[in-house]
Design a protein around this ligand. Structure first.
Ligand code: PMP
Length: 287
């Protein structure tokens, strides 16, 4: 699914077949989870293949690499150029791009002096599917923001995401919603969260979340369409009386939620602000 015998990837400055892009077993990233990455979508638009928010994603990759002390030897512009070349070499238009900065062989608990840089792409359907989601409040919290740079997209953070998604799946749910260390709603394992009440949207602020690029796009769409959004902390009990809710993320795009812990939202999805934003987002990415 991710690659076949024709797939070409970028590895440390070279274009190589995916099957030959290998790494050793002594990397810090494998042992300790110190790596940073991005997830980027590309769309087939009337003016050609377009990488949505390429600059924002590569700026975030640079931020993640900086706070995690991982050298990243390519500028934002170079990373964008490599991405377009990757798409061209693989004949991809609607795709998902995955750049990864990972550590050299090193077992000390210190940042590596050198890193490797890998980039691949594949066609990936919407991550949470097209159906409305039944989600559960996870028993796992998002990591304490004082234990890491939680706003960096670091590989190790996704242990927490996998545990939460696995728990939700084992309990028959489509996805999890994680709280922060104070019991406030934070985000999904791989997406930000919004809910609607009386015509206003609410979403958690910076603190225990990844500052999603889709989240920022949704905030812009709301501003342009006169939709009020409050960025504030809230506990999960307010969701019992909410009118609707949705996740946002590059892979998931805008994904509507039907119920949380079996309690459905008051409005039917097509009548929610989320459904309107779903359409607006679709239009924007295809512009
Ligand atoms: N939170 C987490 C934990 C994520 O992994 C993602 C996906 N990158 C998001 C939020 C959404 O971020 P973005 O909209 O930039 O993809």
């Amino acid at each position: 699914m991710y690659f076949n015998h024709q797939t070409i990837v970028f590895l440390n400055g070279n274009w190589v077949p995916a099957s030959q892009a290998v790494t050793g077993l002594y990397s810090q990233t494998i042992h300790y989870g110190l790596g940073v990455f991005e997830g980027i979508r590309t769309y087939n638009t009337p003016s050609g293949t377009h990488i949505f928010k390429a600059r924002e994603h590569y700026q975030r990759l640079h931020y993640s690499a900086k706070v995690m002390h991982l050298p990243l030897p390519y500028s934002v512009e170079e990373l964008i150029d490599i991405s377009y070349e990757l798409l061209r070499l693989n004949g991809l238009t609607d795709a998902y791009i995955r750049p990864l900065v990972y550590g050299e062989p090193m077992m000390k608990l210190l940042p590596p002096a050198q890193t490797s840089f890998f980039m691949c792409a594949w066609e990936w359907p919407r991550y949470l599917g097209n159906d409305l989601l039944n989600i559960m409040i996870s028993s796992f919290q998002r990591p304490n923001p004082k234990s890491t740079f939680i706003d960096a997209k670091a590989t190790g953070h996704y242990v927490n995401s996998i545990l939460a998604t696995h728990e939700a799946a084992c309990n028959g749910y489509d996805e999890a919603l994680l709280l922060d260390i104070n019991g406030n709603v934070a985000e999904g394992p791989g997406a930000n969260f919004f809910y609607e009440k009386n015509g206003i949207l609410y979403t958690p602020p910076k603190g225990s979340i990844l500052m999603g690029i889709t989240r920022a796009t949704i905030l812009e769409l709301c501003q342009n369409n006169g939709i009020e959004v409050e960025e504030n902390f809230f506990t999960p009990d307010v969701l019992k009386d909410a009118d609707g809710a949705f996740f946002t993320g590059t892979a998931a795009e805008v994904a509507g939620i039907k119920a949380i812990n079996g309690i459905p939202f008051k409005k039917q999805w097509p009548d929610t602000i989320g459904a309107f934003l779903y359409d607006e987002y679709k239009k924007l990415v295809l512009e």
